[in-house]
Design a protein around this ligand. Structure first.
Ligand code: SAH
Length: 243
């Protein structure tokens, strides 16, 4: 009988993929995923059969995975980072429920962009933080702005996914302007591009100056809370321990 593994492959390199994720991909007869993610792992699994699809074709990708599993294949559906954080787990379960299929499913977590980015910056997520995606493809922009504002009011560290694409080039600037209402201009902001991939980059800016740095759709941006500081090139959000 077929089976679906919903696998978080981590940020990109094999070193940051969990053992369990690698084992699931090895066990699969076919690996289904977005083309760019397939390219990240293809060389690590040279014997494997892969089936890719375009970026906004998530539902089709899940239907393809279901079709393969129904034909008896062990099928790995891959997401970058964690499959359960803006990944394929939710939509795959919805497609399965819609189909009424009893195919077994296993969801395998992965290292999400927030933790990969934080580790390169220092320790910015030591206290309560909120992850917000700036993509308005599936979420109204007004709701995104409301969440940003409320997270800032709550003094959460803010971790922004999907900070900028060609169509949404101005959103990160709006997010920064909202942050300037609640945080000091010198609040540390970490920008990590392509964590664990070729062209990995990591910078620590200030809230005021953050827009002078390259921020794209492969970047994660972490805006500190009111206590976050930088020392020896590392960003630290203190948890409150007394030294
Ligand atoms: N499921 C993924 C997130 C998908 S949303 C996860 O758990 O990490 C896509 C966004 O994640 C990107 O726009 C970017 O903000 C962030 N991201 C994903 N991989 C990244 C990487 N290697 N380096 C930096 N940011 C990354």
């Amino acid at each position: 009988m077929g089976k679906i593994y919903i696998v978080g492959i981590g940020p990109g390199d094999m070193a940051n993929m969990t053992y369990r994720a690698a084992k699931a991909i090895e066990a699969a007869d076919i690996v289904v995923g977005y083309g760019a993610y397939i390219e990240l792992i293809r060389d690590y699994f040279p014997e494997k059969e892969f089936a890719s699809s375009g970026m906004t074709r998530e539902v089709q990708r899940c239907r393809l995975a279901l079709e393969k599993a129904r034909s008896g294949l062990k099928t790995a559906l891959v997401s970058s980072g964690d499959s359960g954080i803006y990944g394929m787990a939710g939509i795959m379960l919805q497609v399965l429920n819609e189909s009424g299929s009893q195919i077994p499913v296993e969801i395998i977590p992965g290292v999400t962009a927030a933790s990969a980015a934080a580790s390169l910056l220092g320790a910015p997520l030591m206290h309560d933080f909120a992850v917000i995606s700036l993509s308005d493809l599936l979420t109204p922009w007004e709701l995104i702005c409301k969440r940003i504002r409320l997270a800032l009011q709550g003094d959460f560290v803010l971790c922004l996914y999907n900070p900028r694409s060609k169509k949404r080039s101005g959103y990160i600037g709006i997010a920064r302007d909202i942050a300037m209402e609640y945080r000091r201009p010198e609040t540390p902001v970490g920008i990590v591009r392509n964590a664990g991939r070729k062209n990995e980059g990591c910078e620590i800016a200030s809230l005021e100056g953050m827009l002078n740095f390259d921020i794209d759709m492969f970047s994660t941006v972490i805006i500190g809370n009111s206590a976050t500081y930088v020392e020896n090139g590392r960003m630290i959000t203190p948890r409150g321990y007394v030294l």
